[in-house]
Design a protein around this ligand. Sequence first.
Ligand code: TNX
Length: 494
Amino acid sequence: TGHVETKETTAIPDEPALIPLPAQVNWENKVYVIPLKNNICYTGEAKEASEWLKTLISKAGFAVSTQPSGDCGNWKLIQDATLKETLGEEGYQLDISDDGVLLKAASNAGLFYGIQTLRQMFPAEIESGGLNAEVVLRQVFIEDQPEFSWRGTMVDVARSFFDLDYLKRHVDRMTLYKMNRLHLHLTDDQGWRIEIKSWPKLAEVGGKSSVRRGRSGFLTQEEYKELQDYALQRNIIIIPEIDMPGHIYAALMAYPELNCEEYSNLTPQRAIPPAIFQDYNVGWSKFCLDKPEIYEFVNDVIGEMAEITKGPWLHIGGDEIEDPRYEEFVIKADSIVQSYGKTTIGWEEVTKAQVSSGLISQQWHGKVESVVKDVKVIHSLCTGLYLDHANVPGQENTNNWCKKDGVSLENTYNFDNDNPNLIGVEAAVWSEFVLTDEMMDNRFWPRAIAAAEVGWTPGERRNFNEFARRLGKHGERLRALDINFYRTPDIEWG
Ligand code: TNX
């Protein structure tokens, strides 16, 4: 490598712009100069973390070896479950001193997050490959853990399809900001995006359609599992959503017997069957809830999704539908989910029904008063977290029903939700108008970074202007990662 040994006087670098801001940070006016040869020593289950760290350090051009021992090395990784008491499930402690770097956590997740913090202390060029410059780390003591356990994004792959490659890239981007949940909106009127072996026409027929100008396709179960494992290695759990009993036309098109009437009466276009639905209206399609076959369908589909899903949650949708049998449906679907050992998530409407108390409600307009006491809540309120809305007033190809002027970076950042049952935040992008990878990037980034900080950093430490200053310094890194992020005007992008 082209590294040179330390000069006598090394300038102290500025405080790195860390996002999310750690719970507690003390910077020292000293540096640690990374030597040409490095040794990572690890204990407990930190082997995996040692590999992530090795990748990071070697990307910066240094030689690195790893060794399972607690008592050597200039980089020490300590995994110790008893640290859970002080650092929590996902927290970490990072100490950079004259002796080198010491990172401790109760879990692999905590170590992974500590490594993401370190990653942000390295020059942005490491994101695009090689780097050949002296790297000095500013000495620091950090003790950090997230305020919320749920720090997610939702990608609507149903209206317009986003494939395995894109979703892996999306996972990579989430890791840099310590996000840990990826919700896939897999089904809707315009398309069905996951292979179901017991009902093969769902993907065969429903996978071929999309919203107008959008992309079609579906994930095979093998691809879904590949994405899931890729995400899990990075501490991100996939939550699959099968939206029922409304938003279901793609399934009705594939299996007309799930309808009450001929679908020619059902599509807003009054098209001749089997027409595909490419339009934007919501809240018009539904299962025929009088038919017992519906529950065979639900049982089969939920059963297959439960089988291929490693995370504890299945999302049943449940949004935007009126039907006298709606509540009965939701209660039955919830118990089917539970019969497969999973926990149900639904859009907030599901809490109109007397569902199980363990269910998690995802709030999007905050209008439904739950009939279940103390139901846990994920915050996705459209006023701050519907990122299919415009970045600035007038941006093309955006939804605007929730906020005419769009959802600004500041709207995403300055949310306050003092609901004691809140478990976290999820930034959602619906894809009626989001038709390409570049457009999806532009909607998520940088607003999802604001959501990530809201989910992680304690409320009293958050300040929009100060966040905006740090965010600007991430411009170079986002470019190095080839993310087509929206260049928010008032940010000084470095
Ligand atoms: C509402 S919010 C929807 C989606 C649309 C979105 C467009 C919710 C649970 N459902 O079906 O895509 O608005 O912004």
